[in-house]
Design a protein around this ligand. Structure first.
Ligand SMILES: [Fe+2]
Length: 288
C-alpha cells in the first residue's frame, strides 16, 4: 500500500515537474516577457536639421556642430539630418562639395534625408539625381538594438507631386510590415502638425494627407516621428504617436545653432537640445 502510494505520488510529482518546466519555458519565451527583458534598447542618437549649407555663415555653424557631436561623451549610434541640408543650391558644385567635406568629418554613421530646399519641386529632373549622387537614396533604414529607424522623403506627399519610381506611402506600408512588430522611429522633414508663426496657424500638410499619415503611423509600433523644417523646437502628437520637431543649425530668423541628443530607453524617447555657444548671435530678424 505504501509502495502504491509512493508510486502514485511520484507519478503526480513527475507530471507536475514537467508541467512546471513547460510553464517556465512558456512564460520565458512569451512576447510579453521578451518585451521586458530583451530588445528594449538603450542608446543615443543625434538629430541635426535645416543646415542650409551656403558656403558662409551656415557652413561655419555646421563646422562647430560637427566638433560638438564628435566630442560627445556618450556613444552616438547615428546622426540623422532631417532635411534641408542645402539652401536651394544643390546644383552649385563647390557648395555641395564643401557640405560633403564638413559632413564627412562626423564620426558616427550619418543618415540624411531630403527636405524641400534639397530636392526642388520645380526642378525634379535636375535635383533628384544630384541629391542621390551626394547624399544617397531618397529613403533608407537602419536598425539599432532591435529598433527600426526609417528615414523617409515625404515632401511628395506634403506638396502633392510625383517622383519617378518613388512611392512614400507604399514604402512606409512595406517597411511597417517587414518590421514584424519591432519598435519603429520615423524620421522625415516637415511635421504634419499646424505651423504656428506670426501669431497665426498655418497648414503644414493638406488635411487628407495628414489624416492618412496619422492612420498609417498609428497602425504599427511607432515610438516617435522626428522632423525639422519649422526651425523651432516643437512637440505634437499624431494620434497616439509623439512628434518631435528639432530646431535648425542655420541662422535664419536670428536663431542660435542647435542640435539634439536623443536617448532611447525601454521603448521611450527623450531628448535635450544643445546650443552652440561658441558662435556669435545673429542679428534678430522677422519671426517665422
Ligand atoms: Fe524645410
Amino acid at each position: 500500500m505504501k509502495n502504491f502510494y509512493f508510486v502514485k505520488t511520484s507519478c503526480v510529482f513527475r507530471k507536475f515537474r514537467f508541467l512546471t518546466v513547460f510553464l517556465f519555458f512558456l512564460i520565458h519565451s512569451s512576447p510579453a516577457f521578451c518585451a521586458d527583458s530583451e530588445n528594449d534598447g538603450d542608446f543615443y542618437f543625434v538629430q541635426v536639421s535645416d543646415i542650409h549649407f551656403d558656403g558662409g555663415e551656415n557652413s561655419r555653424r555646421m563646422e562647430e556642430v560637427v566638433k560638438a557631436i564628435n566630442n560627445l561623451p556618450m556613444k552616438i549610434e547615428f546622426v540623422v539630418i532631417t532635411g534641408d541640408i542645402m539652401a536651394d543650391n544643390i546644383a552649385k558644385e563647390d557648395i555641395a562639395k564643401q557640405a560633403l567635406e564638413i559632413l564627412g568629418r562626423i564620426k558616427p554613421p550619418l543618415s540624411p534625408l531630403p527636405g524641400n530646399h534639397d530636392i526642388l519641386q520645380k526642378k525634379l529632373p535636375q535635383t533628384v539625381p544630384l541629391y542621390k549622387k551626394y547624399f544617397g537614396e531618397l529613403s533608407h533604414k537602419r536598425e539599432v538594438e532591435g529598433v527600426v529607424m526609417l528615414f523617409v522623403y515625404t515632401e511628395p506627399i506634403r506638396k502633392d507631386f510625383q517622383v519617378e519610381a518613388y512611392n512614400p506611402w507604399q514604402l512606409l506600408e512595406t517597411e511597417f510590415y517587414s518590421a514584424k512588430g519591432k519598435p519603429i522611429i520615423v524620421f522625415h522633414h516637415a511635421p504634419t502638425s499646424e505651423d504656428f508663426y506670426n501669431n497665426a496657424s498655418h497648414e503644414s500638410w493638406p488635411a487628407e494627407a495628414k489624416e492618412k499619415w496619422e492612420k498609417l503611423i498609428n497602425s504599427a509600433d511607432v515610438k516617435a516621428v522626428i522632423s525639422g523644417h519649422f526651425h523651432r523646437d516643437e512637440y505634437h502628437w499624431s494620434g497616439n504617436v509623439p512628434m518631435f520637431a528639432g530646431g535648425a543649425v542655420s541662422h535664419y530668423w536670428g536663431r542660435q545653432a542647435v542640435y539634439r541628443i536623443y536617448h532611447y530607453q525601454n521603448g521611450r524617447l527623450e531628448y535635450s537640445t544643445q546650443y552652440i555657444e561658441s558662435l556669435p548671435l545673429p542679428p534678430p530678424q522677422n519671426n517665422k
